[in-house]
Ligand binder design. Structure first.
Ligand code: ATP
Ligand code: MG
Length: 191
């Protein structure tokens, strides 16, 4: 039997040493506010995400090499032809099974759906398999929270979103540290 030629291609041979994901990154002020909201609702329960780590994931790439990263960056550049938008974080919830406590918009704005769709389409062309469950925009605020949350509505926190970030995750014994390695301002097509 012969080996699949793909198995020895440059793509699979290079070191996949960067753990990357695409995300929206809140301002420090909004992150602090979200951190406080989680503290108020959870008291000491669960493990809060530190403010500097709070984000909204659009696509998780995992550990990749340089050529995949390059392809993914092209996909990002092609996906950002959307209008800047306001994301209203007004709902708090918990998925007790994975123990995720989150904040989310009640309605996903069209530019965000479009961005996620375009990004996934571009990444697919790079050989990435997008998640097949529907995209549920959420910001993880704490982990290891295993109960239903009683009061799911909060004072809406508006988030002015104007750029897409490529983020590298550095894993340490005491948790992940995230580094924005590149970002793209949204540039809607001229009317
Ligand atoms: P840790 O894994 O150390 O607990 P983390 O999950 O925050 O921390 P990463 O695993 O690097 O850090 O994940 C980065 C982002 O991608 C997070 O928002 C995480 O929820 C998301 N993510 C991680 N793995 C997946 C996956 N398999 N599918 C979808 N999203 C993922
Ligand atoms: Mg993880």
């Amino acid at each position: 039997m012969t080996m699949n030629p793909d198995a020895s291609s440059a793509l699979t041979r290079e070191t996949k040493n960067q753990r990357l994901f695409f995300a929206l990154w809140p301002s420090p002020g909004l992150s602090r506010e979200l951190y406080r909201v989680a503290g108020r609702m959870l008291k000491r329960e669960g493990r809060r995400v530190p403010p500097e780590n709070i984000h909204l994931t659009l696509a998780f790439l995992g550990s990749v090499g340089a050529s995949f990263r390059q392809c993914a960056e092209q996909a990002a550049a092609a996906a950002i032809r959307v209008e800047p938008f306001t994301l209203m974080l007004e709902q708090i919830g918990c998925w007790p099974k994975p123990g995720i406590f989150w904040a989310a918009p009640r309605h996903t704005p069209e530019p965000l759906s479009e961005l996620a769709r375009q990004l996934n389409a571009g990444l697919s062309a790079c050989g990435y398999t997008p998640e097949n469950r529907p995209y549920a925009a959420h910001v993880t605020l704490a982990r290891q929270v295993r109960r239903a949350i009683k009061n799911p509505v909060i004072e809406p926190l508006p988030w002015e979103v104007r750029r897409l970030c490529l983020v590298q995750s550095h894993t340490h014994a005491d948790g992940a540290r995230y580094e924005i390695v590149r970002s793209w301002e949204f540039t809607p097509p001229a009317p």
